[in-house]
Design a protein. Structure first.
Length: 235
C-alpha cells in the first residue's frame, strides 16, 4: 500500500523542455556574471563542479559544500565575486526562466489527492540547485502554498540522482519504509533508480527524459493529466 509519494519537480510537476530550460539558464546566468568574469569560463567551471557534485560519494559533505569546493577552486581571486553574482542571479533574476515553463493544474491536484487520502508528499527534485531557485520553481508550478516536510535542495542533501543513496537519505530522514513509497518522475535514469532501494516508481511521460535509451521499467506509466486519477486509485 502506498502511503507516501516522492515527487520530482522539473518536467514532472513543472512542465518544461529540459534542453530549452538549460539554454535559457546559461544565457541569463552568463549575462549576469559577465561584469566580473568571462561567462564561458564561469559556465564551464559550473558544469564541472556540478558533475563532481553528482558523482560525489562523501556523505559527510552537503552537495553545496562539494559544489562550492570545486567551483571556487577554478576561479582564482575572483571566486568570491563570482559566487556573489550567482546568488544575486538566483535571488533577483532567476524568475526570467519562468517563461520556458508553464503551470499544470494537474500538479496541484496530484498533491491534493495524496493529502486527502491521508498520505504524505515530499519534493524529490535533484538537489543540484540552491533553495532560492527551487522555491521559485515550486511557485511557478503553483505549489508554494503546500508545507512540504522535505524539499531536497543542495543545502540539505548529501547525494544527487541517480545515486540510490539519494533516495535512502530521504527514507532515513523521513522515517519511511521503502515499500510504502512511490517515486513520481519523468527521468528514466534518475527517477526509476528509486526501485533499487525498494521504492515503487511512476513514470510521467509528457516531458520524458531518457538520454541513455533505458528500458521503461516502472510500476506505473502515466501522463501528467492522468496522474491525479492514478494516485487516487493506488493510495
Amino acid at each position: 500500500m502506498i502511503k507516501q509519494v516522492l515527487f520530482d519537480l522539473d518536467g514532472t510537476l513543472l512542465p518544461m523542455n529540459n534542453e530549452e530550460f538549460a539554454k535559457s539558464y546559461f544565457h541569463y546566468l552568463g549575462s549576469h556574471v559577465k561584469e566580473v568574469m568571462e561567462p564561458k569560463v564561469v559556465i564551464e567551471q559550473l558544469l564541472a563542479a556540478t558533475a563532481r557534485m553528482i558523482k560525489d560519494r562523501d556523505s559527510s559533505l552537503t552537495n553545496e559544500a562539494v559544489f562550492m569546493k570545486h567551483f571556487t577552486a577554478g576561479l582564482g581571486a575572483q571566486a568570491e565575486h563570482v559566487v556573489a553574482r550567482i546568488m544575486d542571479f538566483y535571488a533577483n533574476h532567476f524568475w526570467q526562466l519562468r517563461k520556458v515553463t508553464r503551470l499544470a493544474p494537474e500538479a496541484r491536484q496530484a498533491i491534493e489527492i495524496v493529502l486527502q487520502k491521508g498520505g504524505a508528499a515530499v519534493i524529490a527534485t535533484n538537489p543540484i540547485f540552491p533553495r532560492l531557485a527551487t522555491q521559485q520553481r515550486l511557485a511557478w508550478a503553483g505549489l508554494e502554498s503546500f508545507s512540504f516536510p522535505l524539499v531536497t535542495v543542495y543545502e540539505n542533501s548529501h547525494f544527487c540522482k541517480p545515486n540510490p543513496d539519494y533516495y535512502r537519505e530521504i527514507l532515513d530522514r523521513m522515517g519511511w519504509r521503502a515499500e510504502e513509497c512511490l517515486m513520481v518522475g519523468n527521468d528514466v535514469e534518475e527517477d526509476l533508480v528509486a526501485e533499487n532501494v525498494g521504492i515503487k516508481t511512476c513514470l510521467v511521460t509528457d516531458d520524458l527524459i531518457n538520454g541513455k535509451n533505458l528500458a521503461l521499467q516502472a510500476d506505473y506509466v502515466t501522463t501528467r493529466q492522468a496522474l491525479p486519477t492514478l494516485l487516487a486509485k493506488i493510495i
